[in-house]
Design a protein around this ligand. Structure first.
Ligand SMILES: C[S@@+](CC[C@H](N)C(=O)[O-])C[C@H]1O[C@@H](n2cnc3c(N)ncnc32)[C@H](O)[C@@H]1O
Length: 339
């Protein structure tokens, strides 16, 4: 039985793992990734995880029988790269108790109830994935494209972790929002769009260029010849409104719209809802102000950034603009004949 590399998981974040940037905590291991690594951020990721699970109708964009087939052997293993708060690996470990699941991140997660078949490893996907080469049936990576000046290198490292025949799944949210017609919303339409436009401009300047809509091409170019033809699907999630009837979300439309609105502004009502649902205790946190340290550290005056954030928050508190977030999924199998 091929042994998995021994995880270097730690239960708590050691002080030298984190640094403070404009009032929020960030990982010290990699200075390109510029979303915080603190409780507020983990709460946001938990809400986002629940939303994506509802949006997909599961944890992966492929049929359940495909997943069951991949994991139907006694050495089955799953790797989640950039596992954040750890919800995804915990969920898949609970669904498949015989499968060894590893969550890998710059910052070790601390999920309250981690099943014994799930471990967390701290490391940088740029350089610390080599010990995992050829060991996993599924490698999943969600919302991490924003983390690197060379995301294609990380994609290469991740596909190396697959066994022959294994499944690679990339997911990312689009920093460009969509309007009610599902076309890209213009900055003139929304303060939230304007804030995210500033984030994209700063990313462009510092060389963070990977875009979720380019994932299929990225898998082809970075994954190499052993990766088979990627598939792709985009999912639209309404923010704070039920979405169009043709979204086909049915009852979930309203729920998802509410979830995304709460994800963006984390209202007290939603925190109570989460607590009542025994999902987790949620502290005040938002997606919108998470970008403040990045924007300020890249030279924007603090007062301007605070004003952009305030306007976006006001907008999200008001009547919905009927916009969508867009989530890109691309997945591909590794050729079963390659070793
Ligand atoms: C936006 S969060 C998404 C977390 C999780 N995948 C989810 O969907 O909830 C991105 C995560 O990627 C991690 N990350 C960023 N760059 C990384 C790197 N080079 N190596 C490992 N993890 C990284 C961050 O620490 C963060 O937890």
């Amino acid at each position: 039985m091929p042994a998995l590399a021994q995880p270097r998981a730690t239960a708590v974040v050691s002080p030298d793992t984190l640094r403070e940037v404009h009032g929020r905590k960030f990982s010290n291991l990699n200075k390109t990734y510029m979303l915080p690594a603190d409780d507020k951020e983990f709460d946001r990721l938990n809400i986002q995880h629940i939303m994506l699970r509802v949006l997909l109708g599961g944890l992966l964009p492929v049929p359940d029988e495909v997943v069951r087939g991949l994991l139907a052997h006694e050495n089955a293993a799953v790797l989640d790269v950039g596992s954040g708060s750890g919800h995804w690996p915990v969920d898949i470990a609970q669904q498949f108790p015989h499968v060894r699941v590893v969550g890998f991140d710059l910052v070790p997660a601390r999920p309250a109830a981690t099943p014994s078949n799930c471990t967390f490893v701290q490391g940088d996907a740029h350089k610390d994935l080599a010990p995992f080469a050829g060991q996993f049936d599924i490698v999943h990576c969600r919302a991490m494209a924003h983390s690197s000046l060379d995301f294609s290198h990380i994609v290469r490292e991740m596909t190396r972790c697959l066994r022959p025949g294994g499944l690679f799944v990339l997911c990312g949210g689009d920093l460009g929002l969509c309007n009610v017609r599902k076309q890209r919303a213009s900055p003139a339409e929304s303060s939230f769009v304007r804030l995210l436009q500033q984030v994209r401009a700063v990313d462009e300047t510092r060389g963070v260029r990977a875009r979720s809509q380019d994932f299929p091409a990225l898998i082809v170019s970075a994954g190499g010849r052993e990766m088979l033809e990627p598939e792709y699907r985009a999912y639209h999630c309404p923010i704070g409104w039920p979405g169009l009837p043709e979204d086909g979300l049915g009852e979930n439309g309203e729920l998802l719209g509410t979830l995304m609105l709460r994800n963006a502004k984390a209202s007290k009502t939603w925190r109570i809802h989460l607590q009542c649902s025994v999902l987790m205790k949620v502290w005040t946190q938002t997606f919108v102000p998470s970008w403040t340290p990045l924007l300020v550290s890249q030279g924007h005056p603090r007062a301007s950034v605070d004003e952009w954030v305030r306007r976006a928050e006001d907008e999200l508190r008001g009547p919905s603009k009927m916009m969508y977030t867009k989530w890109h999924y691309s997945w591909a199998f590794k050729d079963g004949k390659t070793g």
